[in-house]
Design a protein around this ligand. Structure first.
Ligand code: RP5
Length: 163
């Protein structure tokens, strides 16, 4: 059986509070996903199995989140030509700057679309995944437009003292 079009993978259970934002964003947009823990360091065979079979399994876009020595997105990108969006998870020691540098500095030829550190990055990875899928799905394109409109309408014109 084919897998959902978006795979959200993360290096550890501890990444889930961040990566959950990607999942929630996809749910808001009506995009199906599967979330899994796949660690480049602790479960390398699981990572190889996931990445090398992702395309034939029906996955269209991969969102990979990891923190610290965050090799997961790059290693997955090395094993598939599917689009890979990397989310640098905020680390305790270095606040996610280590994660960002680990993910963003890929050698030419093996791309990872790298997002911001932490929750904004997880949300935007999901929005980008949906944008990619919307190229072949007009209903999803409409839902994305509506989402952007709701966001626009939620911004007040004037600041308030009540907060
Ligand atoms: C990485 O190490 C994970 O992506 C996580 O962000 C970080 C810490 O993992 P835990 O020690 O919390 O499991 O592999």
């Amino acid at each position: 059986m084919l897998k959902p079009p978006v795979a959200i993978v993360m290096g550890s259970q501890s990444d889930w509070p961040t990566m959950r934002l990607a999942a929630e964003t996809l749910e808001t947009l009506g995009v199906e996903y599967e979330a899994r823990i796949v660690s480049a360091h602790r479960t390398p065979e699981r990572m190889v199995d996931f990445a090398s079979n992702a395309r034939t399994d029906g996955v269209k876009v991969i969102i990979a989140g990891a923190g610290g020595a965050a090799h997961l997105p790059g290693m997955i990108a090395a094993m598939t030509t599917l689009p890979v969006f990397g989310v640098p998870v905020r680390s305790k020691a270095l606040s996610g700057v280590d994660s960002l540098y680990s993910i963003v500095q890929m050698p030419g030829g093996v791309p990872v679309g790298t997002l911001a550190i932490g929750e904004p990055g997880a949300i935007n990875a999901a929005l980008l995944a949906a944008s990619v899928l919307s190229l072949g799905d007009e209903d999803l394109a409409d839902r994305l437009e509506a989402h952007r409109e709701r966001q626009r309408d939620a911004v007040p014109q004037f600041p308030s003292d009540s907060e």
